[in-house]
Design a protein around this ligand. Structure first.
Ligand SMILES: CC(C)(COP(=O)(O)OP(=O)(O)OC[C@H]1O[C@@H](n2cnc3c(N)ncnc32)[C@H](O)[C@@H]1OP(=O)(O)O)[C@@H](O)C(=O)NCCC(=O)NCCS
Length: 200
């Protein structure tokens, strides 16, 4: 581990990651962002643009909510780290891929696999035997029950619930508060209780 962490994306999400980084022992934190008007984030300097990430020395993490952009940037980088808040509760039998972040209060139970570049956000839970695909996002307060599979780049919205033994394909947006009770086999946006697809 380097002492220096470069966070790509000077956003609210980036601020939360900076706090986790401090708790993981990073002392020298800088941000990169393509918006030149942003000079600082959470008290740390914005020292350049996203494209500078390749040449800068230090550990790196992409703090951008959009899965497509997160994937595109992360795939070009080396020294990408995984950050876990010390108050997250994670079973010893969980695998977490590079570039993923696990926020405070999240719970991940036994035999679950978390891919690369995944966001397991504040106070969310992922129960036993789940498979969470690369660049997915489990939003604040969302709950995923046991033996659930979520495809790459899918986003489970704030406070959504996915019942046990359900498969959700890749590139789905599950709206805030949605309850998923059946498999979802077609990419798209789903809302409501139970979840239904809306045209977007
Ligand atoms: C589902 C979502 C992506 C749709 O956003 P959108 O494409 O901008 O859709 P709109 O706001 O135009 O809403 C379209 C319709 O769906 C309804 N709708 C939108 N989100 C809904 C939700 N989560 N639950 C129930 N209905 C919802 C709207 O009321 C609207 O209904 P109407 O056509 O009858 O007026 C968004 O509302 C959402 O839930 N995002 C989740 C954000 C989140 O969880 N962030 C967490 C960050 S950690």
């Amino acid at each position: 581990m380097n002492d220096k962490l470069i966070i790509i994306g000077a956003s609210g999400h980036g601020k939360v990651i900076a706090d986790i980084a401090v708790k993981n022992g990073y002392h020298d934190i800088v941000f990169l962002d393509d918006n030149e008007t942003i000079k600082t984030c959470a008290g740390y300097p914005v020292v350049g643009k996203t494209s500078d990430a390749i040449s800068l020395y230090g550990d790196k993490i992409v703090a951008i909510g959009d899965a497509r952009i997160r994937k595109e940037i992360q795939s070009k980088l080396s020294n990408v780290v995984t950050l876990i808040h010390p108050q997250a509760m994670i079973s010893r039998r969980v695998e977490i891929g590079m570039g993923s972040v696990v926020m405070a209060g999240a719970v991940i139970n036994s035999d679950t696999s978390i891919g690369k570049g995944v966001i397991v956000n504040t106070g969310s839970s992922i129960d036993h035997d789940c498979w969470i695909g690369d660049f997915s996002h489990i939003s604040v307060g969302a709950h995923v029950a046991g033996t659930v599979s979520i495809g790459n780049s899918s986003w489970i919205g704030a406070g959504a619930t996915v019942i046990n033994n359900v498969n959700i394909c890749g590139e789905c947006m599950i709206g805030a508060g949605t309850v998923v009770i059946n498999n979802i086999e077609e990419s798209g946006t789903y809302i409501g209780v139970p979840a239904r697809r809306i045209e977007k």
